[in-house]
Design a protein around this ligand. Structure first.
Ligand SMILES: Nc1nc2c(c(=O)[nH]1)N[C@@H](CN(C=O)c1ccc(C(=O)N[C@@H](CCC(=O)O)C(=O)O)cc1)CN2
Length: 288
């Protein structure tokens, strides 16, 4: 059971002696009790990554504000990229969807059951609300933003405005079939996750199951990745595969693929919500 006042500290910086000592000393001196710590030294890039879960021990008289100020000095010394968040704080998540809706439905179900500790602040689709089971959408704010060649930029401005107005922390493309402009992808970088229905880097772009069937593959897969301007080339967060055979039709691949997509996207969103994924250039560090 997570203590009511546990926090997650994530660190990314150039590797140097003393990072762990300075970090743990700072937490200890301000009433932090470490519950879990993982680190990775990328020897190829000389980058250091760490994720620390800790509780603040009440009788130490410390406060999280004191701790944050204290760690500011450590982070400045090592030029860290860092974040410090209470595990009780829930992220505000906006889901973009088109058709099919299996990933949207799955995320909503995992949210309603509490499996995904988040608050869905809006659903945005280029299709009407009636496309989806009305019971599925329920009282979640729904915005239809149809996209055409002529309206693409105007609709993207609408998405960005919604992101700002709703205080969205994470945007999830749940089989959203519109390519985000370079500008919007850049503004959302690091907090926009997509599910691509292939085992990337294979079969980027549209209709990957049909591409796979044509190629005669024996495995199909799904990949969840951060969205970048380069289509389906963002840093990978989660992947999974299933065996298929020569007997499978493209429709069989689509059907078998749905389960892979659902679980890969749910795992990726959970990883993000837990602060277990850290960007590492074109790749990611995913702590267990
Ligand atoms: N800037 C980015 N935008 C999007 C990404 C991305 O990685 N970077 N991922 C896609 C999702 N996707 C595959 O996973 C994908 C979506 C759409 C298309 C595509 O060709 N769309 C056509 C319109 C299709 C339609 O209207 O049904 C288009 O935009 O012209 C390919 C791949 C989400 N966006």
């Amino acid at each position: 059971m997570i203590p009511s006042h546990s926090f997650v500290l994530t660190i990314s910086c150039a590797d140097a002696p003393g990072i762990v000592a300075a970090t743990t000393a700072c937490l200890f001196e301000r009433g932090g009790n470490i519950l879990d710590a993982q680190q990775f030294n990328d020897l190829e890039t000389g980058r250091f990554f760490m994720r620390v879960v800790f509780a603040v021990v009440d009788h130490a008289g410390g406060s999280i504000q004191d701790l944050r100020r204290g760690f500011d000095a450590v982070a400045a010394h090592f030029s860290m990229h860092w974040s410090l968040r209470s595990q009780a704080d829930r992220r505000r998540v906006m889901i973009l969807a088109s058709r099919p809706d299996h990933c949207l439905n799955d995320l909503i179900y995992r949210w309603r059951t509490g499996e995904l500790p988040m608050d869905i602040c809006a659903i945005v689709s280029n299709y009407p609300r009636e496309t989806y089971g009305l019971a599925t959408i329920g009282d979640i704010p729904f915005h239809m933003l149809p996209v055409s060649r002529e309206t693409r930029m105007q609709q993207e401005a609408g998405i960005w405005r919604l992101v700002q107005e709703t205080g969205t922390d994470l945007v999830v493309l749940a089989r959203y079939m519109q390519i985000l402009s370079d500008g919007l992808a850049a503004k959302l970088f690091g907090r926009c996750i997509n599910i691509h229905h292939s085992f990337l880097p294979g079969f980027k772009g549209a209709r990957p199951y049909h591409q796979a069937h044509e190629r005669g593959v024996k495995l199909i897969g799904a990949t969840s990745h951060f969205v970048t301007a380069a289509l389906d080339e963002g840093p990978i967060i989660e992947q999974d595969v299933e065996r298929i055979s020569h007997r499978d039709t493209p429709e069989d691949l689509v059907r078998k693929g749905r389960d892979i997509e659902r679980r890969v996207l749910a795992r990726a969103v959970h990883t993000y919500l837990d602060d277990r994924v850290i960007l590492n250039g074109r790749k990611t560090i995913v702590f267990s």
